[in-house]
Design a protein around this ligand. Structure first.
Ligand code: ZN
Length: 403
């Protein structure tokens, strides 16, 4: 399935997208092309007729010559100047993490070695307000659930100073940091992962930069969270004004999934393909009852802090609240496979659902160059969801530059 557009209410945006089938697109393009040719020929024909009168040649000869010149000029312009990227046959095929097909490449964040394991990047203990369990209880619980990574992210403090392996579960240090505004305790939060010290002052960008200096990774938590009297919300404008964060939550107990996904999409439109921001699902749990609701499945080569960090930076993971998925690129098409019947949707940069199939366990979509990027969302019959990272559609010259 590829390049078709259908009329679906896009449930992340509440907007209806235009029906545009492949045939309709082709038909529209041919009609437009013919119209341009006709207008050009008529224009040159009239011009030739007027000029021919001035130089004393017959109007018919002038019009005929003008029409011929017009046809030639349009032909040259179309072939030499307006050649679409898909007609560029100079691309090589399959170059590492990108796959080239017909003049553009589909970047695959999942292309790389490793096995998928479970990771939880947002959990509180009794060291946070309302935290109902100890660090040991939280670790034992997530180990029982089969997680391989757990980031402990208490409010305003780093609970674990360095990554520690607790019998197969690697606990990553981190904190949920409040950017006090207009005054404590109000303001937005950021997740600072892989850090060893708390920061208590500075604007958002300074706190993100300090995390990067420590070799850490910043995640934007619960973007649409209405808490802290509304000062905790991250709008698209806020996220446009800062830089250096790699992750954003699309599922958090305290936030609206649909809104968060819309905000993530807007961030991608701004930053793709150079500076992608990857989606994560989290628990933000304060007790066992709040756990197992959202997590990531991350493809790592081993259970180490370095392997997790590398995979998080590369986007080699997906977010889920239930479905176990596999996403990737094969033969120029983006594929999704799930462990249960799901509604599988492919969404492009314009937030158009370019392909969807219901109650399926696999689906593929062959992107068009105009898609910009494509991401996949799956939803099972219980409403549990999974989100792929975006697959960037890049023109061929980008491939040559990255080689
Ligand atoms: Zn939290």
């Amino acid at each position: 399935m590829g390049c078709d557009r259908a009329e679906f209410p896009c449930d992340h945006h509440g907007e209806t997208v235009a029906r545009r089938t492949e045939n309709a697109t082709l038909g529209g393009s041919v009609a437009r092309s013919l119209l341009i040719h006709l207008l050009g020929i008529l224009l040159f024909s009239a011009l030739g007729s007027v000029l021919s009168k001035r130089v004393g040649v017959g109007a018919a000869i002038g019009a005929f010559t003008g029409a011929g010149v017009a046809a030639l000029v349009i032909l040259v312009v179309r072939i030499v100047i307006l050649r679409p990227p898909s007609q560029d046959a100079s691309c090589s095929i399959d170059i590492g993490e990108k796959h080239a097909f017909g003049g553009f490449v589909v970047s695959d964040p999942y292309d790389g070695p490793g096995e998928y394991v479970r990771a939880q990047l947002h959990v509180h203990t009794e060291n946070s307000p309302n935290g109902k369990w100890s660090l040991e209880e939280a670790i034992a619980h997530y180990r029982r659930l089969g997680y391989s990574f757990l980031a402990v992210t208490d409010h305003g403090r780093v609970t674990v100073r360095e990554a520690t392996n607790y019998d197969g579960l690697l606990v990553i240090p981190g904190e949920e940091n409040t950017i006090e505004y207009p005054f404590w305790p109000l303001g937005q939060h950021i997740m600072r992962l892989f850090v060893s010290s708390h920061v208590s002052c500075g604007r958002a960008q300074e706190r993100i930069d300090s995390c990067a200096l420590e070799g850490g990774i910043v995640c934007i938590p619960h973007p649409s969270w209405p808490g802290n009297l509304g000062t905790g919300r991250w709008t698209e404008g806020h996220l446009r004004a800062i830089d250096g964060y790699k992750l954003i939550e699309v599922r958090n107990l305290h936030s609206d999934e649909g809104l968060d996904e819309s905000i993530w999409h807007a961030v991608l439109v701004d930053r793709m393909p150079e500076n992608p921001v990857w989606a994560v699902a989290v628990d933000d749990a304060r007790c066992a009852e709040e756990s197992g609701m959202g997590w990531i499945e991350v493809k790592v080569t081993d259970i180490s802090s370095e392997a997790l960090k590398e995979a998080l930076v590369a986007g080699r993971f997906y977010a889920t609240t239930g479905p176990r998925c596999r996403f990737g690129v094969r033969g120029g098409s983006i594929y999704a496979r799930v462990d249960r019947p799901c509604l599988i949707r492919f969404v492009n940069r314009d937030a158009v659902i370019v392909h969807e199939i219901d109650r399926a366990t696999e689906a593929t979509y062959t992107p068009c160059f105009d898609d910009g990027f494509v991401r996949v969302v799956v939803k099972d019959t219980d409403g549990k969801r999974g989100w792929s990272q975006p697959f960037a559609i890049l023109p061929c010259p980008s491939v040559k530059q990255t080689q």
